[in-house]
Design a protein around this ligand. Structure first.
Ligand code: ATP
Length: 354
């Protein structure tokens, strides 16, 4: 296993994406002061899960994101990925290459990735236990740290030696186990306390239990009574229902008969209404005929009256004319008789003259 490459983008002084390839045989990176050599080491610590801004030579975590220069705007995120060759499977993953990556945004949002898959920080830390690569590993030794290790107390450099000896993982596991053991011990104490407390309650609880048993017995009896009552009511209601059904059938039959009679009466009534209507209509016709005849009679009566007046006046006229005729006849007779006397006289004259 060896470090193959480091990709850095937006981390500290590396505004542009840069990939450091480490083919076997590379022993160092050189450059002038302030050119960013230590920033590469910081990038490796950071990607392996470093959470202390101080360890990364900053005051807050956001300081790892490129903060801009006079000619370049700040970046919105920092990204670092390191790739290891893993042919001998020292890193316990069944891959020829293992890439771990970390990305953080100014908003504080961040993510860790193993071979492109999202993961927890803890997954990355555990992946490098006893490989010497972890953030506490001896493979990353910052400026002045060698001196500190050699001249400092043995306790300060113990983690480094544990990692080198391959017992860091077991020590960490032991710490975790001790913690959970302590937790369990405290739980046991709590359970013992609760048990003691419960034992105190046994006496009163026995009384309560007897009461509860009595209650359950009475409740069962009540249940039995309820069931009997229910069965009794059920039988009674069933009989009532049967009787009601019988009555219902009778009433339904009556109702059907009545309905038929009603239909017949209704039909008859309809016919009678039609007849009444016809009679009324013919009565009305007769009434209008009677009225017409009455009017005609009145006209005729008037005509008769007129004619009788005429007859009366004609009778008077006839009488009058008859009177006149009589008088005329009388006059004629008188005249005729007068004329005959004259004629006689004339005749006698004529004769005398002769
Ligand atoms: P020396 O040999 O003196 O230790 P070095 O080559 O290790 O130097 P570093 O300390 O890695 O250099 O880099 C320091 C440079 O990184 C400084 O110029 C600093 O301005 C720059 N730097 C650090 N953090 C940021 C950041 N967030 N944004 C931009 N530049 C940064």
């Amino acid at each position: 296993m060896y470090l193959k490459s480091i990709e850095i983008n937006g981390f500290k002084s590396f505004a542009n994406k840069i990939v450091f390839e480490f083919p076997q045989g590379i022993t160092g990176i050189v450059g002038p002061n302030g050119s960013g050599k230590s920033n590469i080491g910081d990038a490796v610590r950071w990607v392996l899960g470093e959470q202390s801004a101080r360890q990364l030579r900053g005051s807050k975590m956001e300081d790892v994101i490129f903060s801009g220069t006079q000619s370049r705007r700040p970046m919105g995120f920092a990204y670092v990925a390191i790739t290891f060759e893993n042919a001998n499977r020292i890193i316990p993953l069944d891959y020829e290459e293992v890439t771990v990556a970390r990305r953080v945004y100014r908003s504080g949002e961040s993510e860790y990735l193993i071979n492109g898959s999202s993961c927890r920080r803890r997954d990355i830390v555990e992946l490098f236990y006893d490989t010497g690569i972890g953030k506490e590993g001896y493979s990353i030794i910052g400026q002045g740290q060698v001196e500190k290790i050699l001249s400092g107390k043995i306790e300060d450099s113990r983690e480094l030696f544990d990692e080198a000896a391959g017992i860091a993982k077991y020590k960490k596991n032991r710490t975790v186990t001790e913690k959970s053991l302590e937790q369990e011990r405290q739980n046991l104490e709590r359970v013992t306390d609760i048990l003691a407390e419960l034992e105190k309650q046994v006496g009163p609880l026995e009384k309560q239990s007897a009461k509860a048993k009595e209650y359950l017995k009475l409740r069962d009896e009540e249940k039995d009574i309820d069931i009997h009552l229910f069965l009794y009511d059920y039988e009674r209601l069933k009989k009532e229902q049967e009787e009601n059904e019988r009555q219902y059938k009778i009433v339904s039959g009556d109702l059907e008969d009545t309905r038929k009679i009603y239909e017949k009466i209704k039909e008859k009534n309809g016919k009678l209404q039609d007849q009444t209507q016809a009679v009324t209509e013919s009565l009305e016709t007769k009434e209008s005929e009677k009225e017409e005849l009455r009017r005609k009679k009145e006209t005729k009566d008037n005509e008769i009256l007129l004619l009788s007046h005429k007859v009366e006046s004609n009778t008077l006229l006839i009488t009058h004319y008859e009177e006149l005729e009589k008088q005329s006849d009388e006059k004629k007779r008188h005249k005729n008789s007068g004329n005959r006397g004259i004629k006689k006289r004339n005749c006698s004259k004529k004769t005398g003259n002769q």
